[in-house]
Design a protein around this ligand. Sequence first.
Ligand SMILES: [Zn+2]
Length: 831
Amino acid sequence: MAQGARKSFRLPESRPHYPPHRYFQTNHAKIELSVDLEKKSISGSCTLELTPFSPTLDRVLLDACELDVRGCLVDGAQAEFEYDNETLAVAMKPASGTRSIRVDYKASPKEGLYFTAPDTEHPEKEVQAWTHSEPESARYWFPCHDHPTDKATSETVITVPKGFRVISNGRLLSTKEEGGMTTFHWREDVPHSSYLTSFVAGKFETITQEIGGIKLHYNFPESKKDDVLRYFGETPRIIEIFGEVTGVKYPYEKYDQTTVQDFIAGGEENINATTLAMNYYPEPGSEEDFQPAYATPFNNAVNLVAHEAAHQWFGDLVTCSDWCHAWINEGFATYLQSLYVEKTRGADYMRWEMRAREAEYFEEDENEYRRAIVDRDYVWPHDVFDHTLYRKGAAMLHELRYIMGDEAFFRGINGFLKAYSRRCADTNDLRKSMEKSCGLSLEEFFEQSFFKPGYPEFQVEYSWDDSSQAATLHVRQSQDTSDGTPIFKLPCDIVFYVGGVRKKFRTVLDAAEQTLVFSLEEKPTVVEFDPERWLLKKVKFDKSVRMLEDQLEQSQDAWSRAEAATALGKILSDGAVPALKAAALKEQFWDVRACAVRALGEIGSDSANAALLEVGLPANRRVRRSLAKALGSFKGEKTRKALVNILENDESPYVRCEAALALAKSWPDGSLPHLKRAMAVHSPNETLAEACLEAMGKIKEEETKGIIGESLAYGRPTRVRIGALKAIKARGRVAEDELGVLKDMLQDKEFRVRQYLVSVLIRELADARFADALKDVSNKDRNHGVRRKALETFYELTGSLEKSVALQKLKEEVEELKEDNRRLTKAAGPS
Ligand SMILES: [Zn+2]
């Protein structure tokens, strides 16, 4: 698909969603299930203790999907019920006080509860059952009011074959063995939403650590025992720091983290029993730059563990009151990850990481759709769990911190958590809590940040007037406002370096165009716009090579130095090579060195090439990675040898990945033998093989087709299969004889493969031969992310989106006219 072709978040199937009616409060849910791991089924009961809001209530409606309901009891007596496979209606005689509803059922769930087992291609797979219910899949394994607003305490009484363990929420009350089966009885006393109730059944070992009296259990399959602390070792520090940051101590009695086979997300924050994916285990020696796949350099075990731990406060203790406010869960969890990084790795590292994540948001915004963070118009609730929710949500909290100042911001968060603990909250609830702590009116900020789409795109021009000793900044907000994106009102720091001294001015930007004038003692060497990087924005600020070189050398802010290096690369000035080379060698913060190296690659001249070769192999792995990528801009034999050396010998698989891609880019003929050899080298999740395959997409089709074809097969590691799909994407077309294979892969067992196909490969190749198959996936796939992306891509391919939306609008207008007409006729008629 062409870059920059933004689509609408609204699809023809989108509807405004509001919380469902709820006629009772669930106080307690007791789920008693026997789990058949072979037949992949459950049988048992769910008993809900609930209080009707009105004593006249004569029917309880419960969400219950695809269950085989065997009977219902109300207060211990048989009760009539109706069931349409989605809603269970249980009749009861009206009475005051608390009621007990028991539902007996069996099920073979297709979502909500998942079963894994070895098969011919994957004999190593673990026999397990685990739940993942967010947003609304709890109803597939127990009947309940399946919406965050109904918070109840819970008990899970789960029976599994002897030898298996069950991990669930709260404390383990008992384990009982009987007839070759073991029953685990857990109880959670903190009221929580239905989607946070969970269990995991499997064969696990456990390592336990402790912080402040809280037991932290890490549960893992035996094969991972040597890697466990590389995954979870920072948990005590994370729990401690989040307690300090929020001013609220970890609110539960224990914390379980369990890694399971084939998990359908990175992690899920089930209340004090987080479930996590297996592909985040760093291997020995890989901690420094570990990531589950080479394409997401900011993704790692520490971040994932921090994210899910943060949810124990934001999401679990305080929960979004509806999915359109889900940023309260995800924006906070993402931002707390950054706060942890700030406390343990410093502000520069945090800014780098926030920028890397925001790049994902910008990509979604530019190439997919733009939407407000709070948006009710979706097809399925899971649709809102996108980069706007996570990345922009976190960025808006960072802006809020800037506006309020640290003291008021963190006090406000503490007040919010205390006020809504064990309850639900929406965006306005948060605003009011924050206003209370700082006295500022935040309504305008919240309106532009959470209820309107987009971000400011600043164009800045600077001039200096010698006679008046004044610096003038002309600032324009150039974003397109036709889609509801506002002209933003935001504070912004302007910094000048005058005679070696840093002078900071806090200004307010609030107009489409404005001119700011600053009196200074002499002409500044450096002029910076938000150098501490508080704002989510794009900036076009052209500066001379001299000014950028000064900025690279003098700025106290690493982020600003990194920007200067990047900007020098864009100017393509050979004159900047010495300054960039100096930065690549001597700069103290690794990201600035990485940016300088990248900029030399961008400049692409002979002197830049020579400078890069003289930089040698930087000690920092991420800088080396940048170097490998930059070398791909050059053609000389020395460079080729340097890349082959990196591909074959670098200690970091991620640096090798970059070398593979660079080698194929510059030497499509002749790189294949090197790529074939590197493909066989083991790396975490086989991501090096993935990169080698992607690189093969640049090489002539007839030489690589066989390798790509073999690599697609189920049974090969997931990243290898995705690498083969990346190769086809890089090649730019799906060959006729691959079509059937790829269509079959739309029903693949691995959701990551299906996801890549529908959201990247088919989408970017705009291959209309897949249109019907995509529509089918959007109707049938049980993975919510895959379903949504299939539907988006279907509309892109068929080009019918605009038409359908227009048609829908026309229909609504006709309906309105009809309604008006009816009203007029009625008013005019006899009464
Ligand atoms: Zn999350």
